[in-house]
Design a protein around this ligand. Structure first.
Ligand code: NAP
Length: 270
């Protein structure tokens, strides 16, 4: 008798552009490792903003059970949801969608993923957040919820002030990096190989031992910012580790299983 094989449950990362994303390699490796390689498949789908809502509304009918959402669709993803978790609601953006019986549930795993990646509990620490865009919003909410005191610097200072008024922390115009226990770069400075020190209020020799320095920007490995921080004896966390941590939380939501971080790291670093 022939066994009927079920098609895999589909998962995806939705973005524009999305061809560079490490998520398909990372998530498919984790699914394989969990013995779920035949039960689920994960792909990248490039969607222009104009077609995002229509595509998402048809995903369950097309066999999708969940999706990660990346730039520029995270706010739109929350708007489409029938249900939203507290992080997504507070941040105003979702990076994880689940399709269940005609309903869309939205969550934000970027925020807890950042906290997971830190080597120490940030409660009571003095944190400097660089950047007040989408990634900065999630980082600010995560750090504030975790009990850190956050100073926010942004190239356009008024956006830092607005974000602090909305979510918490306080804007700072001229931070001294040495004063902080934790420094998180959520700005796009350094993206595409530029020199982050020419655009940020940081000096290459301005870090110290005992600090934790996070750079959400990934590309060159290590980034110039993390290279300088490591030279000074600081603990560093790179953007791929943050990607792994948010992805691990998303996969646990969809499958109910805890994926191997080692397997995800190896695939993400590819
Ligand atoms: P976004 O919403 O467009 O915000 C960009 C931010 O970067 C703004 O604060 C902007 O300041 C600042 N900025 C841009 N160019 C700058 C420069 N040359 N010098 C100083 N500041 C600059 O983008 P986003 O979604 O927040 O993403 C920001 C970065 O985080 C990107 O590099 C992205 O790849 C990275 N990211 C990584 C992960 C991860 O998982 N590792 C997740 C999300 C994002 P103004 O307000 O002055 O324009």
């Amino acid at each position: 008798m022939l066994m009927e094989s079920r098609p895999p449950k589909r998962l995806a990362v939705l973005g524009h552009p999305v061809g560079h994303s490490r998520s398909p390699a990372m998530q498919n490796a984790a699914l394989e490792d969990l013995g779920l390689g035949d039960a689920f498949s994960y792909e990248a789908v490039d969607l222009e903003p104009e077609v995002f809502a229509e595509f998402v509304s048809g995903m369950e009918a097309d066999g999708f059970v969940g999706a990660n959402v990346t730039v520029p669709h995270k706010r739109a993803a929350l708007v489409l949801a029938d249900l939203a978790g507290p992080a997504a609601t507070a941040i105003g953006a979702a990076n994880t969608l689940t399709f269940e019986s005609g309903r869309i549930r939205a969550e934000n795993t970027d925020a807890p993923g950042l906290i997971d990646a830190l080597s120490a509990d940030p409660a009571g620490s003095r944190a400097l957040l660089l950047g007040a865009g989408g990634a900065g919003r999630a980082a600010l909410w995560a750090l504030t919820e975790a009990g850190a005191g956050v100073s926010i610097w942004n190239r356009t200072g008024s956006r830092a002030t607005e974000l602090a008024a909305e979510i918490g922390g306080s804007a700072i115009a001229d931070p001294q990096a040495r004063d902080f226990d934790l420094i998180v770069n959520s700005s796009a400075a350094g993206l595409g190989g530029g020199d982050p020190f020419s655009d940020l209020p940081l000096e290459p020799d301005g870090f110290r031992a005992g600090q934790v320095v996070v750079d959400l920007v990934y590309g060159s490995n290590p980034s110039p910012l993390l290279e300088a921080a490591a030279t000074a004896g600081a603990t560093t966390v790179d953007g791929l580790e943050i990607l792994v941590r948010q992805g691990a939380r998303s996969l646990a939501i969809w499958t109910g299983r805890e994926p191997s971080l080692e397997v995800m790291r190896a695939a993400a670093r590819g």
